[in-house]
Write a protein that binds this ligand. Structure first.
Ligand code: ADP
Ligand code: ADP
Length: 227
């Protein structure tokens, strides 16, 4: 369980990106943060892996303040997927996915075997293993991004508009696969989108933020009040 407790983020220029946000993110389900551009979704996500530090308030992971462990340990427990995948352009697909296992000292063989297993898991044909990111479609790049984030088997997956840059048909396929993946692997997923339809489709719980970083609603999709 990730517990966000009365968290405020004020950037140095005075912008209040997140305003006294309290949210309990349940394990092994998809919690979606949705709302218009600038409402604090990315800031919230980045506070969970400490890329951004809250100005006030506390975030706990399984009851422990996330500031109480080294940031590298925290990040290792959280895969991170962004829009446009953020792949290493000079590494092949298999080496992109094997990056974290290699950093963890798994050795080349074992890391590549893990990468191959993950390619299958996210629906990437094995024939793509030696390609470079520019040789892939947008949808394929996002799959590589998801596989890379899963490589060290982290319990938590943070996803920031992961499917926003791909066309609608590909996006639908990626959404369906994420639901399947979550069912199989039981990750705790925090998913950011500005698309309410995507939020309703994917979310076990949906947090609706509004401009100024305030929480407007937090409910399962079927119980959301139309605004
Ligand atoms: P969203 O992901 O919902 O689009 P963000 O969390 O990116 O929202 O941004 C929330 C608010 O904080 C916006 O007003 C944005 O301009 C501002 N903001 C984001 N990052 C910074 C920063 N580094 N410095 C100052 N303001 C920022
Ligand atoms: P999508 O609709 O998924 O974005 P694209 O139209 O971009 O698909 O690509 C269609 C197919 O062409 C994909 O299977 C992709 O692997 C292949 N492809 C795209 N760009 C290249 C490239 N530069 N070199 C080789 N194959 C490519």
């Amino acid at each position: 369980m990730i517990r966000i407790d009365t968290v405020t983020k004020r950037y140095p220029d005075g912008t209040v990106a997140v305003d006294r946000l309290t949210l309990d993110i349940p394990d092994r389900s998809i919690t979606v943060l949705v709302g218009p551009s600038g409402c604090g979704k990315t800031t919230t996500l980045r506070m969970i892996n400490r890329m951004v530090e809250p100005t006030e308030g506390t975030i706990r992971l399984d009851g422990v303040d996330i500031r109480e462990q080294p940031v590298t340990t925290l990040r290792r427990s959280m895969g991170y997927v962004i829009q446009n995948a953020g792949l290493f352009q000079h590494r092949t697909v298999v080496d992109n996915i094997a990056t974290v296992p290699r950093l963890l000292g798994w050795g080349k063989q074992k890391s590549r075997a893990r990468a191959a297993e993950l390619m299958e898991r996210v629906g990437l044909d094995a024939s793509l293993a030696k390609r470079y990111p520019y040789q892939l479609s947008g949808g394929q790049q996002q799959r590589v991004g998801v596989a890379r984030a899963l490589a060290a088997d982290p319990p938590v997956l943070l996803m920031d508009e992961p499917f926003s840059a791909v066309d609608p048909v590909v996006r639908k396929g990626l959404q369906d696969e994420l639901l399947r993946l979550q069912e199989d692997l039981g990750k705790t997923i925090v998913f950011v989108t500005h698309d309410i339809d995507e939020a309703v489709k994917l979310g076990t719980m949906v947090a609706v933020l509004r401009t100024g970083g305030r929480l407007a609603q937090y409910a399962p999709p079927a119980e959301l009040l139309s605004a």
